[in-house]
Design a protein around this ligand. Structure first.
Ligand code: DSN
Length: 409
């Protein structure tokens, strides 16, 4: 590439980032797995730590000159231990997906059986889905949500575990808005002599403040990504009992990954430290308060909210009653045209393929981080319903997007 071409390419990247900044400012960002990282987290993520190839763990790196990166990683581990009270923490996973895979590799043999939530009911792809390597390596069996209530039915899960006799039971989900009884899951797992992996990707921030029950110290393994409710640097985390520490660490490095992503780990350290502050408790309370207010405001406007509410940052709506002909995929497109960024989602017992789905998942993590409070959720609900009603009407959606920009401003 000529020098001018390189400059043009660099400018194109910079312009795309500037456009992204405008999009985030002027839209209602409601993807439940996203958040707004603090300036400290962003600075850490953009730091010169990217120059280092951090192979190994603190005090046992493969390359010399590692004292500073060891400090960064040790701080991230110490803050995480303080937040969640885990016996052992690994902050190196490049993603929540790799965190899950490392646990499987550490605890299971190929061909072992994992019992997980059915994908149609919101089970995660890394929990043994066909499209994921976990579905190739292990036998997968599913439990389901109660289609009438949209909730976990622990007695049915216990019966299913008894039938399947799994080696591992996975709990924790991407679009389940209600409290999870981790102890009950553990009891079920112990009854069938299975490990219990609690995937807390979505709720780790809520757990850190005590706003959601904790599976840490209950399940043998807890995993998650680190940029949803916890809003730190990008990547994943594994927490486990000390007896599994060595197996988990080795499964991740060198089993799955090479050098640790030190800028991300610095971002995790910065974000975990922020989450230890009282301000973070307020943030989590606002996030859940916003979600509850949004659920109420949508219900008041005739939208079917799955489980009639939420205990988390997630509001899952089923459009079949209110907008029967509108699949989640088309609802997502209409919302996007109006400046509301939220994703289609399957609902319990969904008759549609996941690529269409019958619902939409809304999250309040980013809005709460931007200061949207419970009273603002009435206006947000109003805009959501008008966008759904206006699906297919380009002019109406464009007019709505101007209103969304005004609200964001
Ligand atoms: N699990 C997916 C989500 O919740 O959006 C990706 O992180």
């Amino acid at each position: 590439m000529q020098h001018e071409q390189v400059e043009t390419a660099a400018r194109a990247v910079a312009e795309a980032i500037e456009s992204e900044a405008r999009l985030q400012e002027e839209s209602l960002m409601m993807i439940a797995s996203e958040n707004v990282a603090s300036p400290a987290v962003r600075e850490a993520q953009g730091s010169i730590l990217t120059n280092r190839n951090a192979l190994g763990y603190p005090d046992s790196r493969l390359y010399p000159g590692s004292e500073n990166i060891d400090d960064v990683e040790s701080l991230a581990i110490a803050y995480a231990e303080e937040l969640w009270g885990a016996e052992h923490v690994n902050v190196q996973p490049h993603s929540g997906s790799l965190a899950n895979l490392a646990v499987y590799l550490a605890a299971l043999d190929p061909g072992d059986t994992i019992l997980t939530l059915h994908p149609r009911d919101g089970g995660h792809i890394t929990h043994g889905a066909d499209l994921h390597v976990s579905g190739d390596l292990y036998e997968t069996a599913h439990y389901e949500l109660d289609p009438a209530s949209g909730r976990l039915d622990y007695d049915a899960i216990a019966r299913r575990a008894d039938d399947v006799d799994p080696d591992m039971i996975v709990s924790g989900y991407s679009s389940y808005p209600r409290t999870i009884d981790w102890e009950r899951f553990q009891e079920i797992a112990e009854t069938v002599d299975a490990y219990h992996l609690a995937d807390i990707a979505h709720v780790s921030g809520l757990i850190a403040t005590g706003a959601f029950p904790s599976p840490v110290g209950v399940a043998e393994f807890c995993t998650g990504s680190t940029y949803k409710t916890i809003k730190t640097g990008r990547g994943g985390i594994i927490m486990c009992d000390e007896e599994y520490a060595e197996a988990v660490d080795e499964a991740l490095f060198p089993g799955l990954q090479g050098g640790a992503a030190m800028p991300n780990i610095a971002g995790k350290a910065a974000g975990f430290a922020e989450a230890l502050d009282d301000d973070f408790d307020e943030y989590v309370d606002r996030t859940i308060g916003d979600a509850r207010a949004l659920a109420d405001a949508l219900s008041d406007r005739g939208i079917d909210v799955v489980t009639d509410g939420t205990d988390t940052h997630i509001v899952l709506v089923d459009l079949r009653d209110s907008h029967g002909d509108l699949p989640g995929s088309e609802a997502e497109t209409a919302l996007e045209a109006a400046g509301i960024i939220a994703n289609k989602a399957s609902v319990p017992g969904d008759p549609r393929y996941p690529s269409d789905a019958s619902g939409v998942r809304f999250g309040t993590t980013s809005l709460a981080a931007r200061g949207f409070d419970e009273t603002a959720m009435n206006a947000v609900a109003d805009l959501i319903v008008r966008a759904l009603d206006g699906a297919g009407d380009e002019q109406a959606l464009e007019e709505l997007s101007a209103e969304v920009k005004r609200l964001c401003a």
